[in-house]
Design a protein around this ligand. Structure first.
Ligand code: PEP
Length: 248
């Protein structure tokens, strides 16, 4: 069984004051039976990493550049995230794909950069509402997985997050059978491409996860945790999700 992961994506939210939420979460989780991750805005990464060092909480970035260094104003190299204390980086989030026109090939190049820097890549895939309505969900997920992942991925370096675009920040959640269908499909695709190591790859669900719906989502086979946006911003809300994952 993969070790479960509760990952919080703070997106473009949080200044110094929000480090108190991490302090509160740290105090609430002195021990943990699951991995806990916070991906803050880059401006907080170094301070958050220092704050949680030695605790049950790991930190990650929300994106990285495909290159290791160079003339890329405003961008961050994976090595810089690692140097700031990150252990993970989220790549190919639908907001990056939409706002910055990131393609599967772009995401794959970033995954390679993340691996070179020693980071664990959390690669996001997910269909739009129009694609689901057109019956294209599995085809879209299959294409994104094939294009976004380099060869030779192993369970210790890759996490995949299924995030239906229409469920992110909307309060809408797929049915449990819909989540299960996609997660079973992803596991099969990863097994076919990477072999047995894929049995231990963490497959996260993301999209309007809250403490009130977490337990039923975590009971779906092949759901190994969650990537959480809004409900990761407050320690008490995120703790509820972590508790549900520990109990699953
Ligand atoms: C996300 O953007 O990764 C996400 C899952 O957001 P939310 O939990 O707010 O839907």
């Amino acid at each position: 069984m993969p070790r479960k992961l509760a990952a919080g994506n703070w997106k473009m939210n949080g200044t110094s004051a929000e480090l108190d939420q991490a302090r509160a979460l740290m105090a609430a989780c002195p021990t943990a039976g699951v991995d806990i991750l916070i991906c803050p805005p880059a401006t907080l990464l170094s301070r958050l990493s220092d704050l949680v060092r030695g605790s049950t909480i790991a930190t990650g970035g929300q994106d990285c550049h495909a290159n290791a260094m160079g003339a890329h104003t405003g961008d961050l190299a994976a090595e810089m995230l690692a140097d700031a204390g990150a252990g993970y980086v989220i790549l190919g989030h639908s907001e990056r794909r939409a706002d910055h026109n990131e393609t599967d090939a772009d995401v794959q190049a970033k995954v390679k950069a993340a691996l070179n820097a020693g980071l664990i890549a959390i690669v996001c895939v997910g269909e739009t509402e129009a694609q689901r309505d057109a019956g294209q969900t599995l085809a879209v997920i299959g294409t994104q997985l094939a294009g976004s992942l380099p060869n030779g991925m192993t369970d210790d370096r890759l996490v995949v997050a299924y995030e239906p675009v229409w469920a992110i920040g909307t309060g809408k959640v797929p049915t449990l059978p819909q989540i299960g269908e996609v997660h079973d499909f992803m596991r099969a695709q990863l097994l076919a491409r990477f072999g047995n190591t894929a049995n231990a790859m963490r497959l996260l669900y993301g999209g309007s996860v809250k403490s009130s719906n977490a337990a039923e989502i975590f009971a779906v086979p092949n759901v190994d945790g969650a990537l959480v946006g809004g409900a990761s911003l407050k320690a008490a809300d995120f703790k509820g999700i972590i508790d549900a994952l520990e109990a699953a």
